[in-house]
Design a protein around this ligand. Structure first.
Ligand SMILES: [Cu+2]
Length: 106
């Protein structure tokens, strides 16, 4: 009985752990780092952006296919929950589509 209780706890904690995946993305003079991001289609994806330079035009982030557009204030964490994504690619870019990256959903 004790074992069953323990196993359920382990199961519950691993399940909870696997629900979301947060990936940190920095905005630097080189663009988005990383600019190619692999995620799991079974998990909710959260991208956590921090713009670390003023020498970039990526002062906002746009996910055209998801109709998401957010400002990226300097040195401020902006977390965007994209939910579960279908397998394939989701592109993101600055407002003018000059600096870009891609999420590879597997
Ligand atoms: Cu731009």
């Amino acid at each position: 009985m004790k074992n069953i209780f323990f196993l359920s706890l382990v199961f519950l904690s691993t399940t909870a752990f696997a629900l979301t995946e947060t990936i940190k993305v920095a905005v630097t003079e080189k663009g988005f780092e990383p600019s190619v991001i692999k995620v799991d289609s079974k998990k909710e994806t959260i991208l956590s952006f921090t713009r670390k330079t003023d020498s970039t035009c990526a002062k906002e982030i746009v996910f055209v296919s998801k109709k998401i557009k957010r400002d990226l204030p300097l040195n401020t964490v902006v977390a965007i929950n994209l939910g579960k994504l279908p397998k394939g690619e989701v592109k993101f870019s600055c407002g003018m589509d000059m600096v870009s990256g891609v999420i590879n959903v597997q």
